[in-house]
Design a protein around this ligand. Structure first.
Ligand code: M6R
Length: 617
């Protein structure tokens, strides 16, 4: 939530900072702003709306400017407005700050600063930061600090509670910018005679592959030729850069109208990438090169807790069925935002698996910290390399889906499923002597999945035509049983997020316990019927909704003619083992949400009110 970028170096800073910012627009897009330092001093330009709304205001700015920071906002404190847009400045207009996160004690700080004569112009929590820096700067200068602004920033951040990734520029130090983080991400891109900053790695890929990932309570001073890191208490920090191997083109639209469609279509390749190097030539899943625990530790786990939010949670839903079937271990699935307030029971025999595309979701990160404190082993399923969850978990299994830009997750979901299947199979291998009877067929079938997803994508035209008929529907129901229910949850979320049509997923057997009352003539009901052992039960449920006038849309295995006969629309997906069907069955639901949203003229990649990476609780 909220994107931050910045540049300091010998090139024109403004277009570079803005170009990076456009790559972060998925993080928030209700207002935007820049602070730049040029011959005229510190200037701040901001506007309500998307980043493009800054363009006319920036005409004539930035010539010869070698240092700039920029921000795109997802409002938390204060509605979207120019005053509330970042950067925020101190009373003198000499210090500008952009921030991602929440300063929890801002009200008390604001009262104190106002009483001391500071004037505030916004409703935001962020605005206390430039005023606090202003206050501490005088003291730091008086104390003869070598870098007074860095000292003032440290003193400021020692006073605040909450989460922050911030960048600061000041007319007092025109050769450098300052950065800091706690619980919100920030990375520094290393160039030759220039440095970049960004909330997220994709914004840097066009310029550098070498990044320094800030850790909690790091404060950095970044000039064109140096990056100096300290902890909040002033201790110097040495940190090795990380080399990023993502393809820069993967973060571009590549000829598609929307990132979402591109990312849906990338799935055969991303599924392959998730599996690459993790299956031995003999067909065994082996993750020992990545997740290294002694065999006795693997065997000692008596419970698995999956914890995640949104789509990642729904991937966990499917994994729960899979793990329980394969491992015969109790598996709990937890919504991360509820997890820690429940005082969960965890111990050294619990394997906690946080699942997260961004690796920065505040609730999931909090769950990781809680689990570690309670002695559980934390094994993260994470896409973004170097992200907080990837760093803080005891072990990480990366999903290798590449950068996912559309706010609505698609390829990250299928890669999470694959990574979870791999983890389940690895666990099955290390926990039992000899090969698990299900392992061989599962691994064989997984290797065929990229080709099957390719076939599922061939439904594009069928789904596109079907979508026209549903743009006026106020509600959708999505029904499934067993693993189909896990997919239904994800399908309904996709509809909600990007088409703004209410989609409700239901375990099909629950319909008759209440929700059936909502079905009337023409209500669209998507019925997933891809689980062989549940198909007959599902047929009954389809008949029940049809009898009440529903328009039934079925997703079935290619050879299921019986279900196809009783529904209004049918989408056929290729057959694989039931355990793996979610990877294939979700594809038409992703496409349906996309085409309904497109027909409705929605902002598909950046749906209203949402942001890609949810770094606030
Ligand atoms: O980055 P994460 O996987 O931790 O994000 C979790 C959710 O915020 C995310 O999946 C969200 O639900 C997506 N917008 C779904 O499309």
């Amino acid at each position: 939530m909220c994107g931050i970028t910045g540049y300091v170096g010998a090139r024109q800073a403004l277009p570079l900072a803005l170009d990076q910012l456009r790559k972060l627009e998925y993080r928030g897009y209700d207002s935007a702003g820049v602070a730049l330092l040029d011959a005229a001093g510190l200037q701040v330009v901001k506007s309500v709306g998307k980043i493009a709304s800054l363009d006319p205001l920036l005409d004539g700015h930035g010539n010869g400017c070698l240092l700039a920071i920029a921000h795109t906002r997802w409002a938390t404190h204060g509605r979207p407005s120019t005053d509330n847009a970042h950067p925020h400045t101190d009373c003198s207009g000499q210090i500008a700050v952009v921030h991602n996160g929440i300063i929890e004690n801002y009200l008390a700080l604001r009262e104190r600063l106002e009483a001391a004569g500071h004037t505030f112009r916004s409703e935001t929590d962020t605005e206390v930061l430039p005023h606090l820096i202003e206050e501490h700067l005088q003291a730091a200068e008086g104390a003869g600090e070598a870098d007074p602004l860095a000292a003032a920033l440290r003193a400021t951040l020692r006073e605040v509670r909450g989460s922050f990734a911030i960048a600061v520029v000041s007319a007092h130090t025109p050769d450098r910018l300052y950065v800091a983080r706690r619980d919100s991400p920030l990375v520094i891109g290393l160039g030759a005679g220039e440095h970049f900053i960004a909330s997220d790695i994709p914004a840097l890929l066009a310029h550098t592959r070498d990044v320094l990932v800030l850790e909690d309570d790091d404060i950095g001073a970044v000039s064109p030729t140096s990056v100096t890191l300290h902890k909040l208490d002033g201790t110097p920090v040495q940190r090795a850069p990380l080399r990023i191997t993502w393809d820069a083109a993967a973060a571009e639209k590549g000829g598609y109208d929307h990132y979402m469609l591109k990312e849906i279509r990338e799935q055969p390749a991303t599924i392959r990438d998730t599996m690459r190097g993790r299956v031995t030539p003999e067909g065994r899943v082996d993750l020992s090169g990545e997740v290294s625990l002694p065999a006795e530790k693997w065997r000692a786990f008596n419970r698995i807790t999956l914890v995640a939010c949104g789509t990642a949670y729904y991937a966990g839903y499917a994994a729960r069925y899979f793990f329980e079937r394969l491992l015969r271990l109790p598996v709990e699935l937890e919504i991360a935002s509820e997890f820690r307030y429940r005082d969960p029971i965890l111990d050294e025999h619990t394997l906690v698996v946080p699942i997260s595309q961004s690796g920065e979701t505040a609730d999931t990160l909090a769950a990781v910290r809680l689990a570690r404190r309670q002695g559980a082993t934390v094994l993260g399923i994470v896409n973004v390399v170097g992200s907080s969850i990837a760093r803080e978990a005891d072990q990480v299994l990366h999903t290798w889906a590449g950068p996912e830009i559309c706010v609505a997750s698609t390829k990250a979901y299928t890669s999470q499923l694959i990574a979870l299947y791999l983890l389940g199979l690895h666990l099955a291998g290390v926990r039992q002597e000899g090969t698990h009877p299900l392992a061989e067929p599962l691994v064989g079938a997984m290797q065929a999945l990229p080709a099957l997803v390719e076939q599922a994508l061939d439904n594009d035209r069928v789904v596109q035509e079907m979508a026209h008929n549903f743009t006026r529907s106020p509600d959708f129901f999505v029904l499934g049983r067993g693993l189909d229910y896990a997919v239904a949850l994800e399908g309904a979320l996709k509809l909600k997020e990007i088409s703004y049509i209410h989609g409700e997923a239901l375990a099909a057997g629950e319909m008759k316990h209440g929700p059936l009352a909502l079905v009337s003539e023409g209500t669209p009901v998507i019925c997933l019927a891809t689980q062989d052992d549940l198909r007959e039960k599902m047929l009954s449920n389809i008949k029940e909704v049809k009898a009440r006038g529903a328009t039934a849309i079925a997703v079935v295995k290619e050879d299921d003619t019986e279900t196809a006969r009783i529904v209004d629309y049918v989408v056929r997906v290729p057959r694989t083992l039931d355990e793996l069907m979610p990877v294939v069955a979700v594809v038409p639901l992703q496409l349906l949400a996309y085409y309904v949203a497109r027909d409705l003229g929605r902002e598909i990649d950046q749906p209203r009110n949402l942001a890609k990476s949810v770094t606030v609780e």
